[in-house]
Ligand binder design. Sequence first.
Ligand code: PMP
Ligand code: GLU
Length: 397
Amino acid sequence: MEKLSERLLRLRYSQTFVMSNKARDMKASGVDVISLTLGEPDFDVPANIKQAAIDAINENYSHYSPVPGFLDLRQAIAAKLKRDNELDYKPSQICVANGAKQAIINVLMALVNDGDEVILPVPYWVSYDEMVKMVGGRSVFIKTSYVNDFKITAEQLEEAITPKTKVLLYSSPCNPSGSYYTYDELKSLAKVISKYPHITVISDEIYEYINYETKHRSIAAFPEIYEQVAVINGLSKGYAMTGWRMGYSACPEWLAKACDKVQGQMTSGANTVAQRAAITALTTDPAEYRYMIDEFKKRRDIVYDLMKEIPGFKVLLPKSAFYFYPDISFYIGKTLNGKEIKDSDDFAMFLLDEAHVGSVGGVSFGSPECIRFSYAASEVNLREAMKRIKETLEKYT
Ligand code: PMP
Ligand code: GLU
């Protein structure tokens, strides 16, 4: 008899970690690999945030916190949502979680029954589809491509909605495409959602600060759907705090209470030292940390110029987040150096083996014709990686 549950057997390993582990193993065995796999800022945590964590240890923040987080942290989050997003939330509507990842799964657990439908615009972040499977739901995909900047329209959304639709889940700015929805686009999506009060939008805004064009907009700011939105955010990307595991949700009261209930049985309150440090991060003027965004933008421009020259890549200039997501369908169906390329996962493995550059194939983001490169890496490594890929592929074109 199979010991593992059917639920577990349906799950895939997170492809971001699979590819970063492969790159790490090759490096450990002496191969000079450049890993553009994981999306994580390569900056250190800013000094004032580190100091706040040290102070918290010395002040003995060593006991359980309330399940949804310390009240003064939730007040700081509410003030941040007002300051940056013109959103009104009370601390009782906020649940601090062990990363945005947990904040999303809390909301999904709270909402989705077996067989309920969750709409995922494609490409979606790797974990969304797997989280939907974990909670017994069924993903319904809306396809996009590089031709329309990887964004869905209000008409596409309306067509995908059925009486079983419970959730629309997307990230804007988007991992992996680097697109974001403009104010007008969000407005047209909000208009559709407002007609279906049984639907909740999970709006993942973790890349909010990494937008090179404009101020971030949240779909929760449209009053007609405020009661239907769960805003997800966290400190991993904007503050380079991936390992500190700080994320949160802001929801209508009834849903916030449900998140508290789920989390209270799973993990309790998030790490207390990180919570204290998060207060300092969120109450500091974001302009203080702008240097990271400026650096990402510089790297993006460098990579764009180099990637455009790679044969067979159709590439858009990403406007936000820190990923390139070129269409590589030119290579699909070909055999390169004896290796059959059936999809972009095969292509990512080919690039790792032949060019010694790590990336993540698009299959787990819903697009087997695209491949993701994180440019949260040093300029030297980015230049070298693009050179290696170009030289490798020129042999086959
Ligand atoms: N959402 C998106 C779109 C992401 O790219 C990530 C990866 N960091 C997460 C959520 C999860 O972030 P966290 O580190 O806060 O769990
Ligand atoms: N979110 C990052 C990524 O997409 C980190 C890895 C993960 O959480 O999957 O690469």
